[in-house]
Design a protein around this ligand. Structure first.
Ligand code: IFM
Length: 449
């Protein structure tokens, strides 16, 4: 029997996001978000699903915290809905919205669960989109103002903060591919969005420091793993372009104070407008890097494939296969990604802020799901994270995506990522086999097999 033990204070948790679980989309003064507008339009989301009710967490929050406690979570990562706090994105504060997060934080602390709050998990107030959204530089100040309001209310009790979650999704899915709201396909706006998201992050960190709060603040990004399809110069260069556009374009400004030169040259006239002093604001010290990892991609050069002239294909490790999303399962890619971050950015403190899988699962007659594939997925990724720690990566915690099944964006409620099954018609929660297994991992602070 091998035992893999984690450090004593290692944080084990699970994550969710506001729009994906809360529901109550128009209750208690909440404003409209870009995801409300988008999902209410026909054909934008599979099956016509919306986040209107989602997991009804807004009404079931106290019971959900009890569930987290029963699972033994040490920490819970959630996001704050900007339109719930500021219905118009700025200006008048919706006290009832802030009260909800206040109650959530208190309930978590009473249950001895460390709150980890993300300010922006994609649900931008529609009113700000109507004023130009992320390509409008003014939004960097609007975001800092929103951050100030939230810090003033919750900053005394929330230990871990993230400014943004996976900013590439906002920039590229929303403004380059146009498959997420606001549905724009324009590379220049996408790269300007990247820059403004980073600048907004920097301004929010400044606000946090000025407030003298005691917690830690960072940014959560998707740091996947990218491998060239061959050793040819073309494939290696294509892989470098994908890596820089996906990872380094965020990591480098934050942690090295500059954008990756090769990529900036490649995108040419699409490069963002950057004002003097911006990079200093962006690169001021943050306390940790949040790493989301799901898959590894093999990259080959292809002159017909978009801006980067690159073809992307999922890699599955032998006998591991693919998840219901079509994502190849490759735990070694997590180790590789963590080691790359260690080398490139001088070993920053890291939390794995999301890792998990959607699998095809059917509850038995009692509503129980024996999701052994998720157990294998999580076990192998936790093992891969431990391998990285043994090689010196400063890893402080690990969050499963997700605590419960929820609204998976344009895929609607089809894919289920949860440790806890949600029966959507009744909102009933039933912990799956993986939830029971994860409780044991937390309890023994590691893996036994
Ligand atoms: O559901 C998403 C989450 O909102 C952000 N990271 C990836 C998850 C799975 O697609």
């Amino acid at each position: 029997m091998t035992t893999i033990q984690f450090p004593e204070n290692f944080l084990w948790g699970a994550a969710t996001a506001a729009y994906q679980i809360e529901g109550a989309w128009n209750e208690d003064g909440r404003g409209e978000s870009i995801w409300d507008r988008f999902s209410h339009r026909p054909y934008m989301v599979s099956n016509g699903d919306t986040g209107d009710v989602a997991c009804d967490h807004y009404h079931r929050m106290p019971q959900d915290v009890v569930l987290m406690k029963q699972l033994g979570l040490k920490t819970y990562r959630f996001s704050i809905g900007w339109p719930r706090v500021l219905p118009q994105g700025r200006g008048t504060v919706n006290e009832k919205g802030l009260d909800f997060y206040d109650r959530l934080v208190d309930a978590l602390l009473a249950a001895n669960i460390l709150p980890n709050a993300t300010l922006n998990h994609w649900d931008l107030p529609q009113a700000l989109q109507d004023q130009g959204g992320w390509p409008n530089r003014d939004i960097t100040d609007w975001f800092a103002d929103y951050a100030r309001i939230v810090f003033e209310r919750l900053g005394d009790r929330v230990a871990l903060w993230a400014t943004h979650n996976e900013p590439h999704v906002i920039a590229y899915n929303g403004y380059a591919d146009g498959v997420f709201p606001p549905g724009i396909a324009d590379h220049s706006q996408a790269f300007q969005t990247v820059h403004h998201l980073l600048l907004a992050h920097g301004k929010a960190v400044q606000v946090y420091r000025a407030g003298g709060y005691k917690g830690q603040i960072g940014l959560v990004h998707y740091f996947g793993s990218y491998v060239p399809a061959s050793d040819s110069l073309e494939d290696r260069a294509a892989c470098q372009r994908v890596y820089e556009k996906s990872s380094a374009i965020f990591g480098d400004p934050l942690l090295l104070g500059k954008y990756p030169d090769m990529l900036m040259e490649w995108i040419g006239s699409h490069a963002p407008t950057i004002k003097a002093g911006d990079l200093a604001v962006i690169s001021q010290p943050m306390d940790y890097l949040g790493v989301n990892y799901y898959f590894t991609q093999r990259i080959s050069a292809d002159p017909h494939m978009g801006l980067l002239k690159a073809q992307l294909e999922h890699v599955a490790a032998p006998h591991m296969g693919y998840t219901e999303m079509g994502w190849g399962i490759n735990p070694a890619g997590l180790t590789a990604s963590l080691l790359d971050l260690k080398t490139r950015y001088n070993n920053p403190p890291i939390y794995i802020t999301e890792n998990g899988c959607a699998i095809d699962e059917t509850p038995d007659k009692d509503g129980f799901v024996n999701d052994w594939q998720r157990v294998v997925y999580l076990r192998e990724h936790i093992r891969a994270a431990h391998t990285a720690m043994q090689a010196g990566v400063d890893l402080r915690g690990y969050y499963v995506w997700s605590l419960m099944d929820n609204f998976e964006w344009t895929h609607g409620y089809g894919p289920r990522f949860g440790l806890v099954h949600v029966d959507y018609p009744t909102s009933e929660r039933t912990p799956k086999q993986s939830a029971h297994w994860y409780s044991k991992v937390i309890d023994q602070n590691g893996l036994c097999d």
